[in-house]
Ligand binder design. Sequence first.
Ligand SMILES: O=C(O)CCC(=O)C(=O)O
Length: 265
Amino acid sequence: MKLTPQQARAHADEVRATSVTVLRGLIPVETIDAWNAAFQPLLAASIDREGDNPNRGAHRYYVTLPFQGLWADAGIVDNDAILAVVEDLVGADGVLCQLASDTPLLGSEHQELHRDTQLLFPESGVETPPYQLAVNFPLVDVTDDNGPMEYAPGTHMLSKADGMARVASGEIPLVRAHMARGDVMVRDVRHIHRGTPNRTGAPRPMVVLGYSRRWLHRPEVSIRVPADVLVALPERARRWLRFNPVFESAAEASRPEETYRAFAY
Ligand SMILES: O=C(O)CCC(=O)C(=O)O
């Protein structure tokens, strides 16, 4: 799907106003199902490694996806519609610096309400235009039962204290992000949000691609790119990946496993 410049601007404006926009039915369901099948062994390895009290709260796993094979799909990392919205928000010279997933399992709990990043100048309290985005898509349909993320629209442009107070008073209700396989969300990660419990026996993986302004360094994440994967990608995707480390082989790129514990601001 290609968006017209007007459609891309409308989606970007929705992010500026509310913190979130959703591109419905963007990714073929067959791609999503193939990703979900390929994800299960990565999740199992993460559960083995971390036990049941892992990095993002009880029974909730953050798993980095190795940038090779189906995970380096140009249909995702060089997607016209996603990049049209992302470019409008963080500039055509922005960067893609994170490819990972968040997965609550049965037994997961409500996370604390949080933001995923600090303000650029925390001591000033000054809110700015967007600089860090998450592009999310689920590998299963997200319903009330399997742990929809909840977010408070508009809180990306408020101080955390103000946003939290308005959520607590009910002035800004939390919205549950119901999504079908193929839907893609673009969000400003400054908004107040939380993961909720998955009450089903099936994992609810949510892929996250992290995009930023070119000058924002996020030391906690990177995409470890094998050289042969990089050269096979279109020029635009190579440009978005340009600040990530490149490795001679996929095996070298696969280690060490990234762990990302500090997430809540
Ligand atoms: O349910 C989700 O995917 C959101 C999880 C989340 O906000 C986090 O781990 O920071």
